[in-house]
Design a protein around this ligand. Structure first.
Ligand code: ZN
Length: 484
């Protein structure tokens, strides 16, 4: 369930728990982990990042014995696979910690300590305004609560847990990553392969186009360098812009960036037709090239939009000319099996003929280009981006419905990312078991022994980029402010 950050914890839609209040745990499962706390002190000193609670019996856990019990999976995930060091380095922002340091020796930065964490538990309880002063405190909380979802909020002027100690107006969000959220449900009016929470590689191409367009606009037009794309675990993607400059943006500046990206001006939503200027701005032209690369495959092959009258009518209604509409209709009804890409070429011909009449030129000249934008230009969930204290699901959560880990997506290879292949806790446990059978005595961390390793590498590169960005900002103190 989406949480609106403007809601206070006391009037949220779900019951809330105050900081530090005990949360019911699953008693039946707890005995499995009784031994783990004893392992805390026996973790080998040469690998300080081994999980605090390292249940040696992870290899003997048979998940099928627990049916669909997600709480066990979450317990195993946070203890064995959550990349804690990289995660702390990310949210610390100013340094990449020495991998030989033990967790307890890593100091948290003010950026980390003043960050709002919001945890959603298995029973849908959510706990807002959590914050941590030490790594141990954070780790213990994570492995105690085993949240079904971690949302990250803003970095405040004081620690979020202390917010009750000051007047409401004195508790202020100071910074946060610039974030974007693209969800497949916003494409449901044109998606024909799946609906609701389902995705497949056919409709996933909408996300690929969205990632490519937003990524290149943020980098080429705004000069941002450190972007992390993350699979939302079900049917969408999130983008985190970690550059210092992006984190300092106020709400007005965030709105300006979103408005800049919203070239279709909300027209993609049903009922409104996209009408772009005749001469495209260079950045929109760049988006058009990306759209052009994918449009035919998505719309004709994957979504089969011009295959039958129900779908081709949706396209025809976007053409503001009765003659073109009627000509196409008659032609296609006479030969409905004509290939969709040929039907598109038919349309191109009918439009060309129509614009020979000067009065129709302005209205129709770029109508097919605008339809391409209407169908494939990214549909952003604006409110996520424009409000500094809006919550967004953290990378490396496990989606409770799909069981899939919210893994980073390498933008250079985003076309190859297959959401249905993203790792789940089960696949990670199997991979871990297989690795340990093949390599007894290995001292790698558990996630390193699994397919999660390649995703953590993508994350590490992002984290290092952020540190570099902070150093260069410090060097060039007189950096000019963003202009829009
Ligand atoms: Zn699909």
């Amino acid at each position: 369930m989406e949480i609106d950050s403007t809601q206070d914890a006391t009037n949220g839609r779900m019951p809330t728990v105050e900081a530090g209040q005990p949360v019911d745990d699953d008693e039946d499962l707890d005995h499995i982990f009784d031994d783990m706390d004893e392992d805390e002190t026996s973790a080998p000193a040469h690998n300080p990042w081994r999980p605090v609670h390292a249940p040696l019996d992870v290899h003997n856990v048979n998940l099928s014995d627990y049916g669909g019990d997600n709480s066990l999976k979450l317990k195993l995930f946070y203890r064995h696979f959550f990349p804690m060091k990289q995660y702390i380095d990310w949210l610390n922002y100013d340094t990449v910690s020495d991998s030989k340091l033990s967790a307890s020796d890593i100091k948290l930065s003010k950026t980390f300590m003043n960050r709002e964490f919001c945890f959603t538990l298995m029973d849908d309880t959510y706990i807002r305004f959590q914050s941590y002063k030490t790594v141990d405190e954070f780790r213990q909380e994570l492995t105690r609560l085993n949240p079904a979802k971690i949302d990250l909020g803003a970095i405040y002027n004081i620690r979020p847990r202390d917010k009750a100690s000051v007047h409401a107006s004195a508790f202020k969000p100071m910074s946060k990553e610039l974030v974007f959220d693209v969800d497949m449900t916003d494409y449901d009016d044109i998606r024909t392969c799946c609906s609701g929470g389902d995705v497949c590689m056919k409709c996933w191409e909408f996300m690929t186009v969205a990632m490519k367009i937003v990524d290149s606009a943020l980098k080429d037009d705004f000069g941002f360098k450190n972007l992390l794309w993350v699979y939302s675990g079900r049917r969408g993607v999130h983008c985190w812009v970690g550059d210092e400059r992006a984190r300092q943006l106020n709400n007005e500046q965030r709105k300006a960036i979103v408005a800049y990206l919203d070239v279709t001006k909300g027209g993609e939503r049903q009922g409104k037709t996209v009408k772009l200027p005749n001469n495209l701005h260079p950045s929109v032209r760049r988006s058009y090239e990306i759209i052009d690369e994918h449009f035919k495959n998505i719309v004709f092959n994957s979504q089969d939009i011009l295959r039958d009258p129900t779908h081709w009518e949706k396209i025809l209604t976007l053409i503001p000319d009765e003659t073109v509409q009627q000509t196409a209709r008659v032609e296609w009804e006479a030969d409905p099996d004509r290939e969709p890409s040929d039907k598109w070429e038919d349309l191109r011909g009918f439009v060309r003929k129509a614009i020979a009449t000067p009065s129709k030129r302005n209205l129709l000249e770029h109508v097919l280009r605008d339809i391409m934008f209407q169908y494939t230009y990214p549909r952003l969930d604006e409110k996520v981006s424009t409000n500094i204290n809006h919550l967004l699901k953290s990378p490396f959560c496990v989606h409770p419905k799909t069981g899939r880990v919210c893994v980073p997506i390498e933008i250079e290879n985003c076309e190859k990312f297959d959401p249905t292949e993203a790792p789940t806790t089960e696949t990670l446990i199997n991979e871990l078991n297989q690795y340990d059978t093949d390599h007894p005595g290995s001292n790698l961390q558990d996630w390193e022994k699994t397919s999660l390793a390649s995703y953590v590498k993508v994350f590490e590169a992002f984290v290092k980029g952020n540190v570099k960005s902070i150093r260069s900002t410090k060097q060039a103190k007189a950096e000019p402010t963003l202009e829009f």
